[in-house]
Design a protein around this ligand. Structure first.
Ligand code: LAN
Length: 728
């Protein structure tokens, strides 16, 4: 490895498959910022005892007792909550692993490596353990996400990560991974993002990377393809990527990266024409093939723009402006950054621009660990810096659905959760909001924590609903004053698309035709915001609840918003009665939301043909055992894909959906809940089943707390409707 890296624990080669001592890991939660710590000294271990939550997250014995067996719905919900409540973290929030994507750790580890950042031995060991644990046993490869088939993206990147961390090229598992990679055509058959990272590392040559010109950010706002119109995740990833691309920065070649060249690419390196490999990609990676228009644009950029038209001063102006945007993003998020891709990329950009001792680079190194998580398989990188606000708001809702908001047993837990949400509401706009093209955010909630600072339509709505649910009860203090509730409403009111539906972080800004310029190959629906039944429903229901308490505030606007939003939900229903889900798998998830929206509009099984169609869609997929199960393929293909096993989480979604619809027949729902209760363990927990979440159609992501939240919600709502008679 590089000379400096030897100071850290990059090369733990030879000491194969070490394990750290799991009794030394601790999760620290400071106002919703999560970091994992490995305590080296016995003194520290003594001072900072391991919590039940720590043990649970790492798959250790929690020591939680067996509970009286549950026969009735509320008994099962109670047992579930008894267990789940023990994982509430000190500031009042819930948290969990948020893994699934398999392309995140490589970006982080490559960034650490090329910036000569020492890596703690505990991290190096557990990252390797995780990657080996997630290697596909049959072919030795990795996919885009934990359940996905082996691809070049997954295999080349995770192989590289293991090698950087000291795994031996002759380790049989590495040999097997290489075989699969070569069968797929090697790293030069990888997607854009793989070629980018491997060029940064100096293993591939920049000529094989499709261009990302920073000049795009100099385009006037009216230009239809100007970046401010893109989906925020594309914008914030492409900005640092364009900076690094423009600088063509690569890590100097060393022994290890020279070896990697021959391990990742079957052809002899010297003979490769890199420019001709810009568009070569394996079928396993090519979810969204590039359009011919995009290829023509790339060709023009490479052959005309860069060599003949781009002046040095234009290059500098573009780089300076993109750097300004990167700095603004860093400041507006206190270096948390929007996500796990632009986090490492901004780190790298600040290293290149300002150097290893600069303030931004140092701050990035301190903040990046907030993406990491430790579980029984090792250390992984989360899809965001956590799920804090989202899971906490949903937990409040589930407990309330059981009718337990004022139960003295749960009041301290709920009060803590309310305190957390109060603390995490965003209280000010961004600096240079308009120049950074950021959405209004004062009064909003994000998905993870306030520090990250991105308003999300449905997170704001769920945050608001959770706060209202508790605060409007006489037993609870009014922590969030009226003005701040109205601020939240103001934000939600900015989120509607022209269609009436709602998107995620901002209303749609650019044309859906921009998808023709989607260069990332591995993802779909990535260039602009879309309408989502999930986000739309959260907004509708937030208004609905808010208006019960504050009927006078912006009444007409809210009324118009709701009417148009519900109309969108109606239009988005497919002929078979289903809705396509974008953030959870898949039809069971979206239907759960859509039927709640329709219930808000007074549409139920009895009076609505639409609702009946939706219920029959669900009934036609109910399994023998009473449950529902669809695989992640539903998201990729847009058609129901039957899972061989029923899934507790999806079953709970359908039960809630059918209860919202006021489906008259109790029997199918009772059968479904029997399954949920049978799957419950003696200590009240449910075990992890298939992956629950998705983004951009092709990448899956885990929501481990859903196995508590939604069964508890379903059991509570069922009991409210049909009574608490024994299920079994
Ligand atoms: C998330 C996580 C939460 C999710 C919900 C709130 C559940 C959803 O209803 C709205 C969209 C949102 C906020 C969302 C958007 C995309 C995210 C941030 C993710 C799925 C988590 C990870 C993903 C992000 C894009 C991963 C990085 C990958 C890139 C392609 C940049």
């Amino acid at each position: 490895g590089g000379v400096k890296q030897e100071e850290g624990s990059w090369r733990t080669a030879g000491k194969k498959d070490q394990k750290t001592d799991y009794s030394r890991w601790r999760l620290k939660d400071e106002r919703g910022c999560h970091t994992w710590h490995y305590l080296e000294s016995d003194e520290e271990v003594e001072k900072w005892p391991q919590s039940v939550a720590d043990k649970y997250f790492m798959g250790m014995d929690t020591g939680l007792p067996d509970l009286p067996p549950a026969k009735r719905p509320l008994e099962a919900a109670h047992n579930g909550l008894e267990f789940y409540s023990k994982t509430q973290l000190p500031p009042g929030n819930w948290g969990c692993e948020y893994g699934g994507p398999m392309f995140l750790l490589p970006g982080l580890v490559i960034t650490w490596y090329v910036t000569n950042t020492p890596i703690p031995e505990s991290h190096s060991i557990e990252i390797k353990n995780y990657l080996f644990a997630r290697q596909h046993p049959d072919d030795g490869g990795w996919g885009l996400h934990i359940e996905g088939i082996s691809s070049v993206f997954g295999t080349a990147m995770n192989y590289t990560t293991l090698r950087l961390l000291g795994a031996d090229a002759e380790d049989p598992r590495m040999v097997k991974a290489r075989e699969t990679l070569w069968k797929l055509g090697g790293a030069l058959n990888g997607p854009h993002w793989a070629k980018f990272w491997l060029s940064v590392l100096g293993v591939l040559h920049w000529d094989c990377v499709n261009p990302v010109p920073p000049e795009l950010w100099l385009l006037p706002d009216w230009v239809p393809i100007a970046p401010w119109k893109w989906w925020i995740h594309m914008r914030q990833v492409m900005a640092p990527m364009s900076y690094v691309y423009s600088r063509r920065w690569s890590y100097p070649l060393n022994d290890l990266t020279r070896q990697l060249r021959s391990e990742l690419v079957p052809e002899p390196f010297e003979t490769i024409n890199f420019d001709s490999r810009r568009n070569t990609i394996s079928d396993a990676d090519n979810y969204h093939p590039k359009t011919w228009i995009l290829r023509v644009i790339f060709w023009l950029l490479i052959n005309i723009w860069f060599p003949f038209l781009r002046t040095a001063s234009l290059k500098k102006r573009a780089e300076d402006h993109v750097w300004w945007l990167i700095e603004a993003e860093d400041e507006n998020t206190s270096f948390s950054n929007l996500g796990p891709v632009n986090g490492p990329m901004n780190t790298l950009a600040s290293y290149i621009r300002s150097g290893p001792d600069s303030y931004p680079f140092r701050e990035h190194l301190k903040t990046l660990p907030e993406f990491l998580w430790v579980k029984n398989e090792g250390m992984l990188m989360n899809g965001t810096n956590g799920v804090q606000i989202w899971d906490t708001a949903y937990t409040i809702r589930a407990v309330a659905d059981c009718g337990w908001s004022e139960d003295p047993k749960w009041k301290p837990m709920l009060t803590k959760a309310l305190e957390f949400l109060e603390d995490q509401q965003i209280d000010a706009e961004c600096r240079d909001q308009h120049e950074c093209y950021r959405q209004q955010r004062k009064g909003a909630w994000g998905f993870s924590n306030r520090k990250q600072g991105y308003a999300v339509s449905d997170c704001t709505s769920e945050g608001l609903k959770a706060v209202l649910t508790l605060q409007t009860l006489p037993d609870y203090p009014t922590l969030v004053p009226e003005q701040r509730l109205k601020d939240a409403i103001d934000v939600v009111l900015t989120m509607q698309n022209a269609s009436g539906g709602c998107a995620s972080y901002e209303p749609q800004r650019g044309s859906e035709l921009l998808e023709w310029l989607n260069a990332a190959e591995v993802f779909g629906n990535i260039m602009v915001e879309y309408d989502y039944p999930e986000c739309t429903t959260a907004c509708i229901t937030a208004f609905h609840m808010f208006q019960k308490h504050y009927p006078e505030y912006r009444t007409e606007e809210i009324k118009a918003f709701k009417a148009r939003a519900i109309d969108y939900i109606r239009r988005a229903q497919r002929p078979d009665g289903s809705w396509y889900g974008s953030w959870g798998i898949c039809f069971t998830y979206a239907g759960f939301f859509a039927l709640e929206s329709l219930a808000c509009a007074g549409e139920t099984y009895e009076n609505s043909e639409r609702v009946r169609r939706a219920c029959h869609f669900f009934l036609s997929h109910q399994m023998e055992d009473g449950g529902w199960g669809e695989t992640y393929r539903s998201c990729e293909t847009g058609e129901w894909s039957q899972h061989p096993e029923s899934q507790v989480v999806q079953t709970a979604w359908v039960v809630v959906a059918m209860l919202q619809a006021q489906y008259p027949d109790q029997e199918p729902l009772r059968k479904a809940l029997r399954l949920i209760v049978k799957r419950q363990q003696r200590n009240g927990e449910w075990l992890q089943e298939a992956i629950e979440g998705v983004f951009n159609k092709s990448c899956m992501i885990s929501y481990p707390n859903y196995k508590f939240i939604f069964p508890i919600m379903a059991l509570g709502m069922y009991a409210k409707r049909f009574g608490n008679d024994p299920l079994l």
